[in-house]
Ligand binder design. Structure first.
Ligand code: FAD
Length: 450
């Protein structure tokens, strides 16, 4: 029987187990943690995530979309909260288009259920990968309950063990000509849970992603199913007027929220109570290449960990599974061929995902409050409404399509230059006011067609 090993039963590993089982493999998954379906997920570690088109496509391919639909809360746009508690709504895409807030533990558990139901899949919990043997396609695992070490051999191994991948560290990084870089950004994050009202209702509109953009830092909030919101403060660790190192006491935290996020503080006057119990976490980008060696491949964060500002890390990891699945069929499970094409196709997209994610931090914490940026977005939406086949914004290409990230980024740059030029040459604001904007857009597109 064909055999496959997966290290890590997180978001990529549990989904890839379904793909592999459906292809007729006997799949063995080793997960360092206990079964999250039985254990409490630890507080303060990204409780919910934004799921968008790439993730849905990968789930749909193996019939899993229906299993997670009920977990998904649509978010149709951003709601910005300014210092005076004034709210501005900005749609993400066309009417009805949304990205979705999903519980990390919830979606992971559903994918584990599906893996176990979809064929010959065994998940071993509390098994930590500690070594790699490329020559014999083996991994070594430490059973954290018994302290025993075992070896496991199979035809092919997939490292889905996240940003700090042990397979990458113990295996790939020891291979000649393997490139690897790890870059921490200057900012960290701390999560805060905004509870539901006493009657279980939401304190904010649940169908939007809330942002309190403050230039060098920001607070965001995504709805959970139980009426609460998971809020995340992203901010420099130090050396800024507002940075984590300035918030050392309960009073500092209370004062900071009262002054900088007054509407949030009014909803949650006891925000300082959670400060100490929710950890301050760091954020890093990891780049490496090659992504495959012998019968081993890196998937998800193990290959391309990124910062979370485009809400794409999980989506990209799921897309890795989708692409690997397509290539597995195309090359009739000749893994040498599959791996060769997988890394050639995916690496430029992993790099682009990381560049896009870094850029979007500036967009979220700063530009969304910038009048020029908002006008540009309005202009882009109007162009798209009039010429939907010809114009898709960068955000839509990334979040509402499966256009490869590298292509989306390149096209986005070209479009941005084009839009900026038109906005400079024409008084766009006045054009909106005197209703001649459509005329201008038609004339540009007609000229283009000529
Ligand atoms: P993980 O989900 O990290 O899974 C790795 C698994 O491997 C874990 O279960 C781990 O326990 C296990 N493991 C680790 N080491 C070993 C070992 N030695 N042996 C065995 N098992 C091991 N992405 C989005 O698309 N949308 C978002 O909105 C979003 N928001 C985010 C917010 C924050 C604050 C952060 C930090 C990330 C966010 N992401 C988001 C990114 C997303 O979390 C990751 O891209 C995604 O989890 C990657 O999936 P993965 O399976 O590769 O890794």
């Amino acid at each position: 029987m064909k055999t496959g090993t997966i290290v890590g039963a997180g978001l990529a590993g549990s989904l890839w187990a379904v793909y592999l089982a459906k292809a007729g493999y006997k799949v063995t998954v080793f997960e360092r943690r206990p079964d999250i379906r039985k254990a409490e997920i630890s507080a303060g570690k990204s409780i919910n995530l934004a799921l968008s088109e790439r993730g849905w496509t990968a789930l749909r391919e193996v019939g899993l979309d229906r299993m997670v639909e009920d977990l998904a809360i649509p978010m149709y746009g951003r709601i910005m909260h300014d210092e005076k508690a004034k709210l501005t709504f900005q749609p993400y895409g066309e009417e009805g288009q949304a990205i979705f807030s999903v519980s990390r533990g919830g979606i992971n558990a559903r994918m584990m259920d599906a893996a176990e139901q979809s064929g010959d899949v065994t998940i071993h919990y509390n098994h930590q990968c500690v070594d790699v043997d490329f020559e014999n396609t083996k991994v070594t695992l430490l059973n954290k309950e018994t302290n025993e070490t075992i070896e496991h051999q199979s035809d092919v191994v997939f490292a889905c063990d996240g940003a700090f991948s042990a397979v990458r560290y113990n295996g790939f990084q020891k291979v000649d000509r393997f490139n690897f870089s790890q870059n921490y950004i200057a900012d960290g994050y701390r999560e805060i849970l905004l509870p539901a009202n006493e009657d279980g209702s939401y304190k904010l509109d649940k169908n939007a992603l809330h942002i309190w953009p403050r230039g060098e830092f920001m607070l965001i909030a995504l709805a959970n199913e139980d009426g609460s919101f998971t809020c995340t403060l992203f901010m420099p660790f130090e050396n800024h007027e507002y940075s984590f190192d300035k918030l050392n006491s309960r009073d500092d935290v209370d004062q900071f929220f009262r002054e900088v996020f007054p509407d949030f503080h009014a909803m949650m006057p006891d925000v300082a109570d959670q400060w100490e119990t929710h950890p301050l976490s760091s954020l890093a980008l990891m780049r490496c290449y090659p992504w495959t060696h012998e019968n081993f491949a890196l998937l998800g964060d193990a290959a391309h960990a990124t910062v979370p500002f485009y809400g794409q890390g999980m989506n990209a990891s799921m897309e890795d599974c989708y692409v690997m699945g397509q290539l597995m069929k195309k090359h009739n499970e000749n893994w040498t061929e599959v791996f060769k094409e997988y890394q050639e196709v995916r690496k430029p997209n992993g790099d682009a995902l990381q560049d896009l994610s870094v850029h979007n931090y500036k967009v979220m914490r700063d530009l969304v409050a910038d009048p020029h940026f908002l006008l540009k977005k309005k202009f882009e939406h109007r162009i798209h409404d009039l010429y939907p086949e010809k114009y898709l914004s960068l955000y839509s290409m990334v979040s509402f399509s499966n256009i490869p990230y590298a292509e989306a980024m390149q096209k986005g740059k070209e479009q941005d230059d084009f839009i900026e030029k038109i906005m400079r040459e024409n008084d766009i604001e006045a054009r909106f006011e005197n209703d001649t904007i459509d005329e201008l857009i038609h004339s540009i597109f007609q000229a283009e067609a000529v």
